[in-house]
Design a protein. Structure first.
Ligand SMILES: [Zn+2]
Ligand SMILES: [Zn+2]
Lengths: 243, 196
């Protein structure tokens, strides 16, 4: 196969061999790609600094015989170094990156996903780092993956409500007779805001509602990707600490 | 193709970092060609190193016995601790010959996505060392990578009440041309500029 160019965001980077790195990339046109960046850990490598996790880059990639591709060149579009320099921003951005890793493993281009990811990183780099940025982004990812939460009528029986619970298996808010885990009025409002409004424009939910939203986000990702998010606790701990 | 015993040696050598199949075969043939005593010296060295070398009880560098050579050396400055990710990171800092303090090896870097949490590193041990007193400065020399920076800022938050905490500067390699610098490193060098 021939080398090609694509835009990518580095979701994850692992040490490999003597001085290489293996990158898990979300690309604009080829979806998820794993690639090896040879020599990226050497101090004289210019590539190393450009392919740190969360960097937005344009890569020259060469497909190999197997799944693993090779990074032949990297141009930096946005480093997002300000995210890595701030533990609170980093915790939030990594939770978003992990959700992309879990929910979108396909090797197919997805421009809405890619543009959303870059926009998310831009917001995390620029705005006050708050946990609900990560939660809102992950809810949008769940919706983009085809499981948009039903928040206007009971997701189970269709009744108009009142909606007092949330059921991940039913895919949204549910009425009292359909059960679900408890969902306050404020949490329902926060969910609607986070799903419906542009990233970063929803108001910060009160702490109790935030806790319910956090649990719903964690359960939704676990339900649809078969694994739980490891970074969500970190996003919560760092965005509330050291303020 | 090879007799089973030779094949096993090749397989073991191939597991070493940076050694591929062909190099492993070359090394195996070499070991079969040299005098037996020479080949067995290597085997003995491996056995002895695994028997005798463990972690320093103070700083978790490699040590033969309870303490590493740095912690056992009374001429080293005990008021400074340089924190690194792995035992091999001590070597380049020692080579600078400009550091006379002691070390602390964390055993890795924080990475929640890979399941490496604070409890998996020797962070609590570092905090205890500093809390014991007598330490004026802790230099965080974790790698300038995402995980290294995250580890440095986490550790700094725990140590700041007890000691001055510093971080290795990021900058340009000495002797290099500016035009070859990558933008991230150059950006950090600009941010960390100093008065002359
Ligand atoms: Zn119902
Ligand atoms: Zn020691």
């Amino acid at each position: 196969m021939r080398p090609y160019r694509d835009e990518a965001v580095v979701l994850r980077s692992m040490r490999f061999g003597e001085a290489d790195r293996i990158l898990h990339l979300q690309t604009r046109h080829h979806g998820r790609v794993s690639a090896i960046a040879k020599g990226a850990r050497r101090t004289r490598s210019r590539q190393g600094a450009r392919v740190e996790p969360l960097s937005h880059v344009e890569l020259r990639l060469r497909p190999g015989s197997g799944e693993m591709q090779t990074v032949n060149g990297a141009d930096l579009l946005t480093s997002f170094d300000e995210i890595r320099a701030d533990a609170r921003r980093l915790g939030i951005a990594l939770a978003g990156a992990e959700a992309v890793l879990r929910l979108f493993p396909e090797q197919a281009g997805n421009e809405r996903l890619f543009d959303g990811l870059v926009r998310f990183l831009g917001v995390v780099a620029a705005e006050e780092p708050r946990e609900d940025l990560a939660l809102g982004f992950i809810l949008k990812l769940v919706a983009l993956a085809g499981w948009a939460p039903h928040l206007d009528a009971c997701a189970s029986c269709g009744s108009a409500g009142p909606l007092t619970g949330y059921s991940v298996t039913a895919g949204g808010a549910v009425c009292a007779s359909c059960g679900g885990s408890s969902l306050s009025e404020a949490a329902l409002h926060a969910l609607r805001d986070l799903v419906g409004r542009p990233l970063g424009e929803a108001g910060a939910p009160p702490a109790a509602a935030l806790a319910q939203v956090r649990r719903i986000v964690a359960d939704s990702v676990a339900e649809h990707s078969g694994g739980s998010l490891k970074t969500l606790d970190q996003a919560r701990a760092t965005s509330t600490a050291s303020k | 193709m090879l007799p089973p015993a030779a094949e096993r040696l090749v397989a073991e050598l191939e597991r070493l970092p940076g050694v591929g199949r062909r190099t492993a075969q070359r090394l195996a043939f070499h070991l079969l060609r040299v005098p037996e005593s020479e080949a067995l010296n290597l085997a003995t060295a491996i056995t002895v190193v695994r028997e005798r070398i463990g972690f320093c009880q103070e700083c978790f560098s490699l040590a033969e016995g309870d303490l590493c050579t740095t912690c056992a050396d009374p001429r080293r400055d005990t008021t400074m601790i340089c924190v690194v990710e792995t035992p091999s990171d001590v070597i380049p800092i020692e080579r600078t010959a400009s550091y006379r303090g002691r070390y602390h090896v964390l055993g890795g870097a924080l990475s929640p996505i890979d399941g490496v949490d604070p409890d998996d590193l020797r962070i609590a041990e570092l905090v205890r060392r500093v809390e014991r007193g007598g330490v004026d400065e802790v230099i965080l020399a974790t790698n300038p990578t995402m995980t290294g920076e995250a580890t440095a800022s986490f550790v700094a938050g725990l140590l700041r009440p007890h000691a001055r905490v510093t971080r290795l500067a990021s900058g340009l390699p000495v002797g290099a041309d500016l035009e070859f610098a990558d933008e991230v490193t150059l950006g950090r060098a600009l941010a960390g500029r100093r008065d002359l």
